[in-house]
Ligand binder design. Sequence first.
Ligand SMILES: Cc1cc2nc3c(=O)[nH]c(=O)nc-3n(C[C@H](O)[C@H](O)[C@H](O)COP(=O)(O)OP(=O)(O)OC[C@H]3O[C@@H](n4cnc5c(N)ncnc54)[C@H](O)[C@@H]3O)c2cc1C
Length: 372
Amino acid sequence: MAAHAAAANGASVVLLEKHAAIGLPVCCAEGITTFGLERVVEPKSEWIANVIEGATIVGPDSRSVTVYHPKAGYILDREIFDNGLAEMAADVGVDIIKSAPVVGLEKRETIQAVIVDINGARIRVEGRIFIAADGVESRVAHMAGIDTTVSLQNIDSACQYLVDNIKIDRELITIFIGNEIAPGGYAWVFPKSAERANVGVSICPARSGGQNARGYLDKFMARQFPESRILKTMVGGVPKFNRSMPLTVGNLMVVGDAARLVDSLTGAGISNALLSGKIAGEVAAGYIRGEADLPEYPRRFMQLKSRELNAYSMCGSIFVRADDGDFCRILEALDSFFPERKVREVNVPDIILRLVFRNPDLLKMARHLIAR
Ligand SMILES: Cc1cc2nc3c(=O)[nH]c(=O)nc-3n(C[C@H](O)[C@H](O)[C@H](O)COP(=O)(O)OP(=O)(O)OC[C@H]3O[C@@H](n4cnc5c(N)ncnc54)[C@H](O)[C@@H]3O)c2cc1C
C-alpha cells in the first residue's frame, strides 16, 4: 500500500520483498472490517473469500452473545489480496523485486541505501526516503536504531489451522474467551465458507504456564471440531500497540506491524498496516516534491487512530488480567447492551464508554484488574 501510494503520487519507488512470492506464506486469519478496508482501497471481488454479517462471543460457561451488523467485514484471501495490492503498485510504476531481503543499511546522518541480498550478492539500493513495512520482525527499524524489542507481555503467540469438513454459519465469526481455552487471548473461527474456516488460538505467553498456542488449539479443535480436516498450519507472533515506538527516524518511516500499529485487544493489524502504509506513501511523495515533512505521517495517522488504539490498549490490559468470572460478567453486560442484537455502526471507544457507564460493576472490575 505504501509503495502504491508513493508511486501514485509521483515518486519513483522500488519495493523489496524477501520471499519469492508476494503474500506467502499467509500467517493471518484474514478478517478485516468493511470500514477498515474500504477507507483505504476499493475492494475487488476476488480479494474476498466471505462477507461477515456479525459476531458471536462464547464465554467460558458456553453462554454466548451474537450481534448482527450488516456487511460488518470480510474474510480476505490474503494471498490474492496481497498480490492484488502488488499489481496495483506495479500498475503505477513500482519496481517490485522478489527474493530480495534487506540485510543492512548504509547510514551517514540519514540512511543512504539499503543493502539487499540477491542470490548471495550484496546489492546497494539508494533512496531519499525509506519505508519499513517488514512486519513483526521489524528488522529495518531495528537496524535504523529504533528499539523494537517486545516483552512477553506485549506479544501474543498465535497458532491457526485452515480447516474444512466442518459445519458453521458462514455469516458469523465466532470468538471463544476463557482462561482454559486461551489464557490472556481467545480462540477464533473465521469462516471462509460454511464448511471451511481459519480456526486459531492466541495466548499471552506470560499467562500460559509454559504451554504453547498449538497445544491450546489442539484441545480446542478436539472439543469443537473433532471431525475437521487440517489443510494448513500457521504460527506467528502478534505484537501489541506500543505508543512510545517512534514511527519515523531520520529519513525512515515505519508502518504496520513493524511499527506495532496493532489493535491490542483483538490482534487485528491489517487495516492499520494499510492505512499507515497509505499515509506514509503519500507523505514520502510529498517530501520528494518538497511539500511535506516526515512527521506529517505520524501526525495524520494518529489523528485518525490514536483514540481507538489507546482504547484497545486499555481494554487489552484489562482483558489479559481477567478471570473466567470476569469474562462471564463482561458477556452479561454485552447481552444487555445489545438487546436488539443489531448494530449499524461500530465505534469501539464509544461502545466501551457507554458499556462501562451503564454497568458500574464493570468499572469496579476494570479498576480492580488494572490494580492487580
Ligand atoms: C495467526 C495470526 C492471525 C491474524 N489474524 C488477523 C486478522 O484476522 N485480521 C487482522 O487484521 N490481523 C490479523 N493478524 C495480524 C496481521 O496478519 C498483521 O497485522 C498484518 O499482516 C500486518 O501487515 P504488515 O504489512 O505490517 O506485515 P506483514 O503482512 O507481515 O508483511 C511484511 C512483509 O515484509 C516482508 N519482509 C519481512 N522482512 C523483510 C526484509 N528484511 N526484507 C524484505 N522484505 C521483508 C515479508 O516477507 C512480508 O511480505 C494475524 C496475525 C497472526 C499471526
